[in-house]
Design a protein around this ligand. Structure first.
Ligand code: SF4
Length: 710
């Protein structure tokens, strides 16, 4: 393809690292190709397999190109945009009149831009409900909860750049950056480790992160391969080891007494919680020798600058908030917060999951994490919007799905795929089928769209402009090459049009993302100092309160952003997973993502390059378990839980622990989420994807192989 057209600088649509790439338009609208962006601020031209293949789906043959309406006979037919809008408006009005506004749910999307998510949550609130949420509920809701409550902001405390330059010890727990944030791992973390930093990985599964750190000096790499769901006992061993050593050797400074005295509260509670804690029994529960955990504790406590990286292995548990709180405890008692190279750093999944939360697409907060039940904050937003916002938190997306057909009658889905992404997916599909009305706007026919009444064809990431916020709070501009398919529309146009038709008000009269951003910065204090011009090509880290602020690469230098200004320490006790192995389901099932695929697979499984390496799901089985069950490597097995069954290829490997089976959620026919448990963390309402009881059947019919079933 040769073209005289200029490439556009934009951001990779996959993970939260936020790598800059270019899209080169060709002579025809669908001719778009990836081009590197040599001096992109985050990745400096480097790219992983997903970023390099991102343009492959822009003109994919499966693209939705026209609105679809479900006929009386249950089949979809093409419709005009006017017909589709009229149907949507009629149904939204009917549901509000018959059942009230809380009978609707709205799903924003971490795959779309800040401006579009901002408008969707504004639409929900103008409709009269706080039932709006996004996929952070499924990845880091518990992390956001713990960080916001105990430190002040639900985001990475530090930036990738300051970590590369200043961090001496990387404590990576329940995260797999080698696979899920490849450029952050190779360009920032691994570089620091090659320059001498130590890395401690805490994960039940050996993975590309484990292998990427197998550097010459193995003293500097420790992998604590714990049993799934034992992160609290492990961290309590670490905390108690540090406290015990400090009591006998205060001169070593393992505990930062000055930091605790001046900048924290709750230390006594932690000490009380650990007073009778039995380290030996806990180590047994973790499935690890006590000395290995104590050695890791020593390494963390003696590093000059130690940073914690936390991922979904921590957050996706019914005790997810407590898991992350214990990481915060570790950072606070050792004074590893508030300066470069330290902190508690969640590696965010989707390219704009951070921004989707920042702009208020959650049921309990407005833009800038202002609580809906805080009168002063809510009124300040209402003043700008010109309408009232409900003052009670709404339902989360998992709760909305569970209420579908009962208290929730209608659902507006922008770019999400709950039938694939939520736990116990078979019953999610059943419940969505009970809705009276569902609209889905997306780029492909998804497993969720199959249940919709109306489907709106949206443009892809490469076709439109806006902003996204990456994992270290850097807000960056995306730029598009224009519509590939004439009759598709940008999400912003669609939501704006629905708002205008529904309310006949100026409050949704937007046709330009920059104008939306200008309103967003008025109601989101941490974005207030940003404009499109100031974002330029480098972007800006929030918080950026005033025009001219450069944004903070690390947070809390002087004080925490809590009401008292202090960091909150709180001892936590072990809560085992809701399901533990028994006679019927004697294995522990745990799940995670692959480097070459992404979340529900809507884009990545349609990409030839990404599919080539791993075209279907598989399950890792430990050699001892394989021998006991009589499983050969490469054989197809049936994996079962109390919620469903899937058929997939067994990989016999000691990457997983004996008694633990490991698989992925990406492939519709055999998605792990047909098996996962829907039990929720009480506060953050995140599901426990990481631990469920499971069993394997070996005797299956050849016809079932790779077909998947439920
Ligand atoms: Fe895209 Fe993430 Fe890969 Fe960067 S690391 S190219 S943002 S998927």
């Amino acid at each position: 393809m040769s073209s005289d057209k200029e490439p556009v600088k934009t951001i990779c649509p996959y993970c939260g690292v936020g790598c800059g790439i270019q899209v080169q338009p060709g002579d025809e609208p669908g001719d778009v190709q990836f081009m590197p962006w040599g001096d992109a601020p985050v990745n400096e031209g480097r790219i992983c397999i997903k970023g390099g293949a991102a343009t492959e789906v822009v003109d994919h043959e499966d693209r939705l190109t026209d609105p679809l309406l479900r006929d009386d006979d249950g089949e979809f037919r093409e419709a005009t945009w006017d017909e589709a809008y009229e149907y949507i408006i009629d149904e939204l009005e009917r549901i509000r009149d018959e059942y009230g506004p809380d009978a609707m749910g709205f799903f924003a999307s971490s795959k779309v831009m800040n401006e579009e998510n901002y408008l969707l949550q504004k639409l929900a609130r103008r409709y009269g409900t706080n039932n709006v949420d996004n996929c952070t509920r499924m990845c880091h809701a518990s992390t956001v909860w713990a960080l916001r409550t105990s430190l002040g902001a639900g985001a990475m405390t530090n930036s990738m750049r300051d970590l590369r330059e200043e961090c001496d010890l990387f404590w990576i727990q329940g995260a797999n950056p080698g696979e899920q944030h490849p450029i952050a791992n190779s360009q920032y973390f691994r570089q620091a480790v090659l320059d001498g930093a130590t890395v401690i990985q805490v994960d039940p599964h050996a993975n590309k992160t484990t292998r990427s750190f197998q550097i010459d000096d193995t003293e500097r790499h420790q992998h604590l391969q714990l049993n799934p769901g034992t992160d609290i006992p492990l961290l309590n061993i670490v905390l108690k080891t540090i406290l015990e050593h400090h009591e006998e050797n205060p001169e070593d400074g393992w505990v930062d007494e000055e930091f605790i005295a001046e900048r924290t509260e709750g230390f006594d509670h932690l000490k009380e919680t650990l007073a009778d804690f039995d380290k030996e029994a806990a180590a047994e529960e973790c499935g690890l020798p006590l000395e290995e955990i104590e050695l890791a504790a020593e390494k963390y406590a003696t590093a000059d600058n130690a940073a914690i990286f936390t991922g979904m292995g921590m957050s996706q548990h019914a005790c997810g908030v407590d898991n992350v709180q214990n990481e915060i405890n570790l950072a606070l008692i050792t004074g590893n917060l508030g300066r470069a190279g330290t902190g508690v750093n969640p590696l965010r999944g989707q390219n704009n999951v951070q921004g989707t939360c920042d702009v208020g697409a959650m049921p309990n907060v407005l833009p800038g994490y202002q609580l809906v039940d805080d009168d002063e904050a809510r009124e300040s937003v209402e003043d700008v919007w010109g309408f009232s916002v409900p003052d009670e938190p709404g339902l989360t997306n998992v709760e909305i799905s569970y209420e579908a057909g009962d208290s929730v009658k209608g659902l507006y889905v922008m770019g999400e795929n709950p039938v694939m992404s939520e736990p116990d997916a078979n019953s999610v599909a059943d419940r969505l089928a009970d809705l009276e009305f569902m609209v889905v706007q997306d780029i492909f026919m998804t497993e969720t769209a199959e249940f919709a009444d109306v489907i709106l064809p949206a443009t892809t990431w490469a076709e439109r402009g806006g902003t996204v916020t990456n994992t270290d709070r850097r807000v960056q501009r995306m730029r598009g090459v224009g519509n590939v398919h004439e009759n598709t529309k940008h999400d912003l146009e669609i939501v704006s049009e629905v708002g205008k038709r529904l309310f006949e008000e100026k409050v949704f009269d937007f046709d330009d993302p920059e104008v939306v951003f200008e309103e967003l910065r008025q109601v989101c204090p941490s974005y207030h100092g940003m404009t499109y011009d100031l974002l330029g090509e480098e972007g800006l880290h929030w918080p950026c309160y005033e025009l001219g602020d450069e944004g903070d690469p690390f947070l809390y230098e002087e004080e925490f952003d809590t009401e008292s200004g202090l960091g909150h320490i709180e001892g936590v006790e072990h809560t085992p997973p809701a399901e533990t192995p028994d006679d019927e389901y004697p294995l522990i099932l745990t799940t995670a993502r692959l480097e070459e695929h992404y979340n529900t697979g809507t884009m990545s499984t349609r990409s030839p390059t990404l599919n080539r390496q791993t075209p279907e799901n598989f399950v890792d089985v430990h050699p001892e378990d394989a021998e006991r069950y009589g499983i050969e490597d490469g054989e197809y097995v049936r994996l079962k839980s109390r919620r469903g069954e899937i058929t997939l290829e067994a990989h016999v490997t000691d990457d997983t622990k004996e008694g633990v089976v490991w698989t992925t959620p990406h492939f519709a026919a055999a998605s792990a989420n047909r098996l996962t448990n829907h039990v929720l963390d009480e506060r953050a309402k995140i599901p426990e994807y990481k631990a469920a009881a499971a069993e394997i059947d070996v005797d299956i019919e050849p016809a079932d192989r790779a077909a998947g079933d439920d």
